[in-house]
Design a protein around this ligand. Structure first.
Ligand SMILES: Cc1cc2nc3c(=O)[nH]c(=O)nc-3n(C[C@H](O)[C@H](O)[C@H](O)COP(=O)(O)OP(=O)(O)OC[C@H]3O[C@@H](n4cnc5c(N)ncnc54)[C@H](O)[C@@H]3O)c2cc1C
Length: 488
């Protein structure tokens, strides 16, 4: 049986592990943290689970693309899910710039309902909406079929769908308001709309229009479900002992060395870490300087700062949609936003208010040489101050908040140290049109037996990362066996 060591137990590592275990590989996933899950995993404060990187999911209805992936992984039945958009919108966008001519926009479930909301909101933009919806439907259906994994078309033919969204807007003469609404989902994968390839924007928007869902448990539960599924297939997840070195000889992988000093021998290693982190685990002479330069030169998405707080449920009822308060530039493109989720918590009388905004990296700069848990009182105070400012801004959206009990604040430094993401990058390598070539085909490396997976190789998010896992498995077993044995 072929042995594989997978570095990292986020959704990238666990999904790759499950797919390979199903194919008969002997899988060992190695995780530096004490518990599996990476950014998918929630953490507990005062008995309440705070999600890190799992707030909502798209395309989970029977037959839809993420559902087919979950079915293949064998985790669907164990995940308690709630459909969004049955009694209201999935997302509510709120804008504050009068130049847009629109204050709020509701994203409903379904392409037809979304189209009709666009038409009602922008009566003078009907031809533009015709063109945008045709593009969205075309790319959405190709994405839904996972054509890029199963068709024999060469990858370059996909580049026709890589026109930057900004150029599409210019070409069609879209108004700033329409740009602001239609372009927003690209921000959800960390890419400014102007440079977001149309296909990636479609991935982000279409998957939620297909159907949108919330996990009613929490990220830790999902991580444990994935780890247990891998174990049921004979795979192992070793936690609390990270990889410090990928051992190589003569251009081939030989195994890994763990922080404890233990070595694991194998000629197949998959790293799901950010490619820059993976570089750091390799002997300097093992990769060509040109590869090193290419990886080191990649631009990453920004970090995020998140605030979790409890609010009295009687005064602040939960709502089933996401709220986005969006700042835009003159063209209508989003420059920053506050994401608001207010959902039930484990405490019956308290709801959990989660706010996420851009990382405000400069604020945390002075602590960049410190490590989590040891940054000192001033850092804690700065986090608390930031949280109160953000809560103040959120009040403009939620109305006055009272009885707020702050649970936790995480900054890009938190994410950096938690999962080893460079500078706390939330979504890894930025999928911008400028990086189409340098960021393409990251799954493979020049070292025999070393492959990459994780959110940076193809696309971020739970769905994008699993698709990246599938693509990496395809490289490992070859397209023919993949088509025969991995039916999604
Ligand atoms: C604030 C935020 C909100 C998000 N919201 C959503 C959402 O609502 N929906 C959605 O679909 N996506 C969302 N995402 C994105 C999604 O969470 C990520 O794309 C996905 O979880 C990335 O998975 P991964 O496996 O690539 O990386 P990670 O989860 O980072 O996994 C990498 C793992 O490797 C481990 N590791 C690092 N170094 C080593 C080492 N040397 N040895 C061993 N192990 C190591 C880390 O500890 C980690 O467990 C969000 C992300 C953020 C930051």
């Amino acid at each position: 049986m072929a042995k594989v060591v997978i570095i990292g137990s986020g959704i990238g590592g666990l999904s790759t592990g499950i797919i390979l275990a199903r194919l008969g590989f002997e899988v060992t996933v190695v995780e530096k943290n004490r518990q599996p899950g990476g950014m998918m995993r929630s953490y507990v404060r005062q008995g309440v689970h705070c999600n890190v990187g799992l707030h909502y999911l798209g395309a989970l209805d029977a037959g839809q693309v993420l559902r087919r992936c979950f079915d293949h992984l064998g985790i669907t039945a164990d995940l308690p899910l709630m459909r969004m958009g049955t009694d209201g919108p999935i997302d509510r966008y709120l804008f504050s710039d009068a130049r847009l001519g629109i204050e709020s926009f509701d994203v409903p479930a379904g392409f037809a309902a979304y189209e009709s909301n666009l038409r009602a909101a922008f009566p003078t933009q009907q031809p533009q909406i015709d063109a945008l919806m045709a593009m969205l439907r075309r790319s959405g259906s190709q994405f839904e079929q996972l054509d890029f994994l199963y068709s024999e078309r060469p990858p370059l033919s996909w580049f026709e769908q890589m026109e930057p969204l900004g150029a599409v807007f210019e070409r069609l003469g879209c108004s700033p308001g329409l740009r602001a609404v239609f372009g927003l989902p690209s921000v959800l994968i960390g890419v400014p709309p102007a440079v977001c390839p149309q296909f990636y924007h479609t991935m982000a928007l279409a998957s939620y229009l297909f159907s949108a869902w919330r996990l009613t448990s929490n990220g830790a539960h999902m991580a444990d479900v994935c780890a247990q599924r891998l174990a049921s297939l004979g795979g192992r997840v070793r936690t609390g002992d990270g990889v410090v070195r990928i051992r190589t000889a003569d251009g081939c992988v030989q195994g890994v060395t763990l922080a404890s000093g233990e070595t694991l021998d194998t000629d197949l290693v998959i790293s799901t870490l950010h490619p820059k982190e993976t570089l750091g685990l390799l002997p300097p002479e093992s990769v060509k300087p040109s590869y090193r330069r290419r990886i080191e030169g990649l631009q990453d998405t920004h970090g995020m700062t998140a605030v979790h707080a409890l609010v009295p449920a009687a005064r602040h009822p939960a709502f089933a949609h996401n709220l986005f308060a969006i700042q835009t530039d003159a063209s209508g493109d989003a420059s920053d936003l506050i994401y608001v989720q207010l959902r039930p918590s484990e405490r019956p009388d308290q709801n959990l208010l989660s706010l996420i905004t851009s990382g405000h990296e400069a604020l945390w700069d002075r602590w960049q040489h410190t490590v989590s848990g040891k940054r000192g009182k001033e850092y804690l105070q700065s986090k608390t101050d930031f949280a109160h400012r953000l809560l103040g801004q959120a009040e403009k959206i939620t109305g006055p908040l009272s009885g707020v009990q702050l649970l936790d604040v995480s900054t890009p430094l938190t994410i950096r140290d938690w999962v080893n993401s460079p500078n706390g990058s939330a979504y890894g390598v930025m999928r911008s049109t400028e990086q189409l070539l340098s960021g393409a085909l990251l799954n493979r490396t020049s070292l025999q037996g070393l492959f990459l997976a994780g959110q940076s190789v193809m696309a971020p998010g739970i769905l994008g990362t699993i698709i990246g896992s599938l693509a990496t498995v395809q490289f490992i077993i070859g397209p023919e066996r993949f088509r025969r044995e991995v039916r999604i």
